[in-house]
Ligand binder design. Structure first.
Ligand SMILES: Cc1cc2nc3c(=O)[nH]c(=O)nc-3n(C[C@H](O)[C@H](O)[C@H](O)COP(=O)(O)OP(=O)(O)OC[C@H]3O[C@@H](n4cnc5c(N)ncnc54)[C@H](O)[C@@H]3O)c2cc1C
Length: 460
């Protein structure tokens, strides 16, 4: 009698270390087969943007190589994940299917259905917590509701037991040795070809678990002490740059949390304050997922429904594309939008400024900006991206008040006083080739505030 294999279903957790599902499979002892399903078919699953697809290609390549070193095949399949997984389990007579949980509504619907089908077929189906430190249903208000304000949410998270210690990477695994059909990764065409716009992404990033840990180690060693004071300055490179690695689960928040806590134990003064600040930013990631879990349509619907009445003017495509291409004539905005296009990322401070400019100076619906970021960010995340946009718009959870309009010129003076970041990203800065401003900041700000005031006015 042969031992029935265990399937480990990889999703947003493309790593070997601190992978609870893989860990459980290793402990179970049956031969392991790893699978990744590119699901663009299940209802409600948001198709990946271009930059995210590029990252996924690199990340799956790295994961496949790491698994292969341990003798475990990574099977790639495309299709509706529920069908693919149950059919695969049946075809190899799997004894167990194990995975780490996801928290979006459409993803949960898929996972729940798979669990039911597998169990009905006599297959052990089990899920684990691997992507969030505090699962959204475990942190509730005294009244039993979800949190809509960050500070009490984070206080509640920290009031309980600390996040568990991360699991080490498996040193040895037993792979399933029978051949199983797998699609070639290149057949998914995740990388751009004609035109190949990914040169800047390649120069800026290395997807994969090894690169994620190198970044974390270097950040904790060299950069953390100045994080609290310099994290808002885009030219300083004072942040961790871990967001895409966290997004794809190449590193887990448990690993980041505990590595930071270890440094914290001996840190004093500014370095200690920096550690707390950094952990709080991880807390914002947790909060965004908490909010998404409790309000699944965060990317499309205003959390505060009074914002539904906001009188967006008809969309002017030329204005939207000037913003997308970084040709608005406002240097910090343009530098950010060009950084985004070139590298697939943008500094957090500049994300806030470019988003505020789109919404409150160009009077373009935040959903247009959210979609552009979704398509162009390597860390495009179903929770943090719409959360960030609604935060800036004022319609979101614990959001910036509507009357807070970032002035891109003042923000540039304050956070990029020597125009280093601007010059890094706008080659024609300071020459006649640089476009003139496309709007008047004062006028557009007044128009936005008037529109906001109208929706805030109580109806008679
Ligand atoms: C309009 C807008 C859109 C955004 N879209 C995304 C997105 O799609 N994906 C994404 O990961 N972040 C998003 N953010 C949050 C933030 O800009 C990035 O997480 C941050 O810039 C990543 O850089 P870092 O890894 O160097 O951050 P660090 O400062 O080193 O922070 C460490 C980690 O904490 C988390 N984090 C930090 N700030 C935030 C925040 N404000 N909200 C949620 N998590 C945070 C990230 O996982 C980050 O890697 C958005 C912010 C705004 C204003």
């Amino acid at each position: 009698m042969t031992t029935r294999p265990s399937i480990v279903w990889f999703r947003d957790d493309l790593r070997l270390a601190d992978h609870p599902a893989l860990n459980a499979a290793a402990e179970h002892g049956a031969p392991i087969i790893a699978v990744y399903v590119l699901d663009e078919q299940s209802p409600g699953i948001r198709p990946l943007g271009g930059a995210a697809r590029w990252w996924l290609h690199g990340s799956l390549t790295a994961l496949a190589a790491s698994l292969e070193r341990l003798g475990v095949p990574l099977v790639l399949r495309r299709g509706a994940a529920g069908t693919v997984i149950t059919e695969l389990a049946a075809s190899i007579d799997a004894g167990a299917v194990l995975w780490n949980r996801r928290y979006g509504a459409a993803e949960r619907a898929v996972d729940t259905a798979v669990k039911t089908d597998l169990r009905a077929a006599g297959v052990l189906a089990h899920s684990f917590a691997g992507s969030l430190l505090f699962e959204p249903w475990t942190i509730m208000t005294g009244a039993g509701g979800s949190y809509s304000v960050f500070t009490p949410f984070w206080r509640a998270c920290n009031a309980g037991p600390p996040p568990r210690e991360p699991y080490p990477a498996p040193l040895a695994l037993t792979g399933w040795s029978s051949a199983v059909d797998s699609e070639p990764l290149t057949s998914w065409a995740l990388e751009p070809t004609k035109p190949d716009w990914a040169g800047g992404l390649r120069a800026a990033w290395t997807p994969g678990e090894t690169a994620a840990h190198e970044l974390l180690d270097a950040f904790l060693r060299d950069t953390l002490p100045r994080y609290a004071t310099e994290r808002d300055a885009p030219a300083e490179e004072a942040t961790s740059r871990l967001s895409p690695h966290l997004r794809w689960g190449e590193i887990s928040p448990y690993q980041v949390w505990h590595a930071t806590q270890k440094v914290q134990r001996t840190a004093t003064g500014g370095a200690a304050a920096s550690g707390i600040r950094f952990l709080t930013e991880l807390g914002w990631r947790e909060f965004a997922w908490h909010v998404l879990f409790h309000t699944p349509d965060l990317a499309t619907v205003n959390l505060r429904r009074d914002y539904d009445a906001f009188p967006w003017p008809p969309l002017d495509d030329r204005v939207l594309s000037a913003w997308q291409q970084g040709r608005t004539g406002f240097a910090l905005v343009d530098a950010g939008m060009r950084e985004l296009w070139r590298t697939g990322s943008m500094h957090n401070r500049v994300r806030m400024v470019t988003a505020s400019f789109l919404i409150k100076n160009l009077l373009i619906d935040w959903r247009q900006g959210e979609q552009w970021f979704w398509d162009t960010l390597v860390d495009a995340d179903s929770a943090s991206n719409p959360f960030g946009w609604q935060w800036v718009a004022g319609s979101g959870a614990d959001a910036a008040p509507y009357f807070r309009v970032f002035n891109p010129e003042l923000q540039a003076k304050k956070f990029d006083p020597n125009q280093e970041y601007i010059r890094q990203n706008i080659t024609e800065w300071g020459t006649d080739a640089y476009p003139a401003p496309i709007v008047d900041l004062g006028e557009t700000r007044r128009a936005a505030l008037a529109a906001y005031a109208a929706i805030k006015r109580p109806t008679p």
